[in-house]
Design a protein around this ligand. Structure first.
Ligand SMILES: [Zn+2]
Length: 109
């Protein structure tokens, strides 16, 4: 599960900046095409934060919809996974959004 190493890397990067201050909440944005499962990050977060000033912090994950545009028929549609296929049958799809894997903000005590 690569979400564990991603979550641990994120936690370490945040702690590097917040130091000894207690982190009470973490806000993330994870798109459906990021290759990272929000549920897996939720699962790993408690493990990754145990024993750190971030332990017990609330994790909020914004999960925006993915959008794609077909280069063949110019149709725009919702992408919910990494299967980039237009209803017209073309897989020549430009991803407009949904690849986000971003730390939006943290709240410190
Ligand atoms: Zn199309």
């Amino acid at each position: 599960m690569h979400e564990l190493s991603i979550t641990q890397g994120l936690v370490e990067a945040v702690l590097h900046r917040t130091g000894e201050r207690t982190v009470t909440a973490v806000n993330l944005r994870i798109g459906p095409l990021s290759g990272v499962l929000a549920d897996a990050v939720r699962f790993c977060f408690e493990v990754a934060t145990a024993g750190t000033p971030m332990a017990g912090a609330r994790l909020r994950i914004d999960e925006p919809q993915g959008r794609g545009r077909c280069r063949n028929c110019q149709d725009e549609f919702t992408l919910s996974d990494l299967i980039l296929l237009c209803p017209c049958g073309s897989a020549d799809v430009e991803v407009l959004s949904g690849r986000e894997l971003m730390l939006m903000s943290v709240e410190v005590a």
